[in-house]
Design a protein around this ligand. Structure first.
Ligand code: AMP
Ligand code: GLY
Length: 424
């Protein structure tokens, strides 16, 4: 079969790499892809948000399955458009994708289905949000633009003044456009963060192994939030009973609640959780696989992923056993362009890629790269990630960092402490 992967980041590189290993697949295509994806797939110059262009491509090439990586096309209804034309596509439809595209909607879902969450308050008007903050005790609070803001719409405000600024930026200055018109304020929670992603056809829910992301740009969780600077899996503190609790208290009610919005939730549902003393609390839901969580998770997934993708689109996930996992630890370290998540330059040649010795236990997944003549150059803020499996955390970390020492580009930055928070 011929499979199309939509997107151009590290998550899509890992997906294309994994799908290409399936004996069911003749060829993987990717739109638009990047320089690394081009090594495992045939890249097509159609952007991930060009739904009409993607539809035309999939029809013309008679692709058997399309797998959508990023949230924007899902929230814009790519699944609805493909299904109207009778094409097989993996991902939730537009009404279900609201769980990521509309944080106020996600919070209402939590409330309605008693999914453990921080206290939260939604505002449509600036004066009300301002008055609420002014009448509240001094202390930390979290400010979130309700719509999609490429991971930059959340401010963890340590004081009322910072929160007021963040609310003003969203609602008055229009920093996030329409996405910031509504604002959700949330109780500030402390604990260990973990990402638990499940694959579901709306009926059967198969949780994948837990992973942990590192969102801040600098070591020690300092600096602004990014799309993700590295991740590892498994997470030793999240297993057994706690994982069961996450399944029954979070994933199950969320999927069932979303099914009530008109049609079944089919795809990956990502729960971003804070493990507090009182148990897991939902920070966010995403309607897709995580980036960079996908990279370590797919390094560890031993089962062929394609039967799961197909069964999900057909509502037959219940016919499959849970996937098998490599018990080893996978660590993924992201290298970024200097300045990211603020302004950064593109087009820097990346040195050292040709001589790397990679294999099934060691991979470099490209996030923002492009080909320019014979060179691979940087083409985004997150550039590439070294991902390694190891019997121990130290072994996996040493191998991933060893790869990054071989690679160089102007302004290259990476965190040195990915995985060190792991507490065994
Ligand atoms: P989100 O996109 O909603 O997951 O938020 C981005 C990041 O902000 C999360 O990964 C957390 O590190 C932090 N965050 C979000 N909500 C809260 C909260 N209620 N309490 C503490 N930190 C939060
Ligand atoms: N790693 C965070 C995300 O994919 O949203």
């Amino acid at each position: 079969m011929q499979v199309l992967v939509v997107g151009s980041g590290g998550r899509e590189h890992a997906l294309a790499w994994k799908i290409a290993q399936s004996p069911l697949v003749d060829r993987v295509h990717c739109a638009p892809g990047n320089a690394g994806i081009a090594e495992v797939a045939d890249c097509r110059p159609v952007k991930a948000d060009d739904i009409d262009g993607l539809l035309e491509l999939a029809k013309a090439e008679k692709f058997d399955l399309t797998v959508v990586g990023p949230e924007a096309p899902l929230c814009d209804g790519i699944v609805d458009a493909f299904e109207r034309e009778g094409l097989k596509i993996f991902g939730p439809n537009q009404s279900c994708a609201r769980v990521e595209g509309d944080k106020a909607f996600a919070r209402e879902l939590c409330q309605r289905h008693r999914i453990p969450s921080p206290s939260h308050w939604t505002f449509e008007e600036y004066p009300q949000a301002k008055a609420f903050l002014e009448n509240r005790e001094e202390g930390p609070i979290v400010v979130k633009a309700s719509g999609l803001a490429a991971g930059k719409g959340v401010t963890v405000a340590e004081s009322r003044a910072v929160a007021l600024d963040a609310v003003r930026e969203c609602m008055e200055s229009g920093r996030f456009g329409d996405a910031g018109r509504r604002v959700v304020l949330e109780e500030f929670l402390e604990g260990e963060e973990v990402s638990v992603i499940c694959i579901t056809d709306g009926e059967t829910i198969l949780p994948l192994e837990p992973a942990q992301d590192h969102k801040q740009v600098f070591d020690g969780d300092k600096g602004p939030n990014t799309g993700g600077m590295g991740a590892f899996s498994p997470v030793p503190s999240v297993r057994g009973r706690i994982l069961g609790q996450i399944e029954t208290q979070v994933l199950l009610p969320a999927v069932h609640g979303l099914n009530q919005s008109g049609s079944a939730f089919r795809g990956f549902l990502y729960a971003g959780l804070m493990m507090t003393h009182g148990g897991p609390r939902v920070l966010e839901f995403n309607c897709r696989f995580g980036d960079p969580e996908t990279q370590p998770l797919l390094m560890r997934m031993k089962s062929d992923i394609v039967p799961y993708l197909l069964a999900t689109t057909e509502g037959k996930l219940g016919e499959l056993e849970a996937p098998e996992w490599d018990p080893r630890i996978a660590v993924c370290v992201m290298a970024t362009a200097g300045g990211y998540p603020g302004d950064y330059t593109k087009g820097m040649p990346i040195l050292g890629l040709d001589t790397l010795e990679i294999g099934p236990d060691l991979q470099v997944f490209h996030s923002g790269t492009a080909r320019r003549g014979g060179d691979v150059v940087t083409a985004g803020g997150r550039v590439l990630a070294a991902c390694a499996l190891g019997e121990t955390l130290d072994e996996a970390r040493a191998r991933a960092y060893g790869v990054l020492e071989e690679i160089d580009f102007h302004g290259m930055h990476y965190r040195k402490d990915i995985g060190t928070r792991m507490d065994g």
